[in-house]
Design a protein around this ligand. Structure first.
Ligand code: UD1
Ligand code: MG
Length: 456
């Protein structure tokens, strides 16, 4: 059967990703598939791989209260499984969206972010039904592949339902199937929940298909330490794998890491060449780093564009919406938030720069604070080119400091300063000659009279 929504449909592919499970082993209020690996939800890693198969449709199955999953997978479609009755039941709401589709349907587990594209292509290229298997180092929690004496699949047994002998099997179900669309609806109707978990298991389908004379091809993916994410430990293991992959790619492309294991990157971090990253640097999503930049130890960077030949840190914090342009320097204990530091500008010691543009060649003295928040609103300030801000100054936003201006150290500035003017906003100093010696004398007399007792 063909349908006008699915042209050439008998060779076409649709993908269903199951993501409605409670994820109770994660002990979390967040849907399992929204837990992040290298800064993005695990389901988005899987979707990136699946998109490369160019399917007609990708349909994600979620539970009723998972609006954030819907947002994360957009523009792909979400359907809702009202009650979480098992992986077999979860496929059913997606089938309603595939009426008339006559190609292949790949059903994937949303908690397996690192599927290999070639393994999926291999599954799709098989006739009939195929299932992915893995040789697991630790098969705990996985379904076991029970083979016939001729090596073909007899059935899949979930761990909860397995005998001791079946539990000893290390060839496990990776969870992913490729079905001929024309049979899948019927096979799903034949599932029952007569098992220890009381769930409709997708894994019962190979045995049902065999009765219709459809063999299941087993595609074995490479051996893995862990397979799928059911617990926080497995999440951490996937994070470790992602970090190794991201660091390797960065180093292959010209980044030096003195201690790679202590550097955290994000899925979308981009680097130029000849960048040096010192130990203990965290890079969150939305960061790009230009050629020749050095990021010193213990810096925390998110959502920031870093230009060429800049120096960042040690102990710098760059927050989203920031840009550090060519040759600029951000030193220790500097927080930059939604701000632009233009070419060659410097802020090297203990400062907060929020909602501000800092002009080319400007120098921000130690301890400068831009007071951008009045308790209700955030305000913007602009500091021109080649300005010098003396140490321990507070700029109360919004202010505009003109090109070439100098701000005297220790100033509170709440009015604009014209170009090339000196802005000073501090109380005047007075010196009282001899006052200190008089004071010491007076205090010493008091102590001689009262002894060491505290004065009331
Ligand atoms: C499943 C397989 C197991 C396999 C393992 C591999 C079944 C019955 N078991 O077990 O053989 O070794 O994956 O990772 O298929 N989900 C729903 N609705 C539900 C239940 C689950 O959408 O009612 C989704 C979950 O969100 C998850 C996926 O299906 O993304 C797998 O569910 P999960 O509970 O993690 O199954 P496993 O116990 O890992
Ligand atoms: Mg799982």
């Amino acid at each position: 059967m063909t349908n006008q929504n699915f042209p050439n449909s008998n060779s076409a592919l649709a993908v269903i990703i199951l993501a409605a499970g409670k994820g109770s082993r994660m002990k979390s209020a967040l849907p399992k598939v929204m837990h992040e690996i290298a800064g993005r939800p695990m389901i988005n890693w899987l979707i990136e791989t699946v998109e490369q198969l160019n399917p007609e449709k990708i349909i994600v199955v979620t539970a009723p209260d998972m609006g954030d999953v819907k947002d994360a997978v957009a523009p792909h479609q979400c359907v809702i499984q009202k009650e979480q009755l098992g992986t077999g039941d979860a496929v059913k709401p997606a089938m309603k969206e595939l009426q008339g589709f006559d190609g292949k349907i790949l059903v994937l587990m949303g908690d397996e972010p690192f599927l290999d594209l070639a393994d999926l292509q291999n599954m799709i290229s098989q006739d009939g039904l195929s299932v992915m298997a893995i040789e697991a180092h630790d098969p705990h929690g996985l379904g076991r592949m029970v083979l016939k004496s001729n090596g073909t699949l007899d059935k899949i047994v979930e761990e909860k339902d397995a005998s001791d002998e079946q539990r000893a099997i290390t060839l496990c179900n990776a969870g992913n199937f490729c079905f001929p669309a024309k049979h899948l609806g019927d096979w799903l109707e034949k599932l029952n929940n007569d098992n220890k978990a009381g769930e409709y298991y997708l894994t019962d389908i190979p045995a049902i298909a065999a009765k219709d004379g459809v063999e299941t091809h087993v595609i074995t993916a490479g051996a893995r330490n862990v397979w799928g994410i059911n617990t926080r430990l497995e999440l951490a293991e996937h994070e470790r794998m992602a970090q190794i992959m991201l660091r390797t790619r960065a180093m292959q492309n010209g980044v030096t890491m003195i201690d790679p294991d202590s550097v955290t990157l994000s899925w979308d971090t981009t680097f130029g060449q000849d960048i040096i990253i010192q130990p203990h640097v965290f890079i969150g999503p939305g960061v790009s780093v230009g050629d020749g930049t050095t990021i010193r130890a213990f810096s925390h960077i998110e959502g920031t564009t870093i230009g060429q030949s800049t120096k960042i840190g040690p102990f710098a914090r760059l927050r989203p919406g920031s840009s550090i342009e060519e040759g600029a320097a951000i030193g220790n204990f500097i927080e930059v938030n939604r701000s632009t530091i233009k070419a060659g500008a410097k802020s090297k010691h203990v400062s907060y720069i929020g909602d501000t543009t800092i002009g080319e060649g400007t120098n921000i003295g130690a301890g400068t604070i831009i007071a951008n928040y009045d308790g209700f609103y955030k305000h913007k300030s602009e500091i021109g080119k080649n300005v010098f801000i003396g140490s321990n100054s507070t700029l109360i936003s919004p202010v505009v400091i003109g090109e070439g201006a100098i701000i005297a150290a220790g100033s509170n500035i709440n009015k604009d300063v014209p170009a090339n003017a000196m802005g000073i906003g501090r109380s005047r100093q007075e010196n009282h000659n001899g006052w200190a010696s008089e004071y010491r004398k007076m205090k010493q007399n008091q102590k001689n009279k009262l002894g060491k007792k505290a004065v009331k």
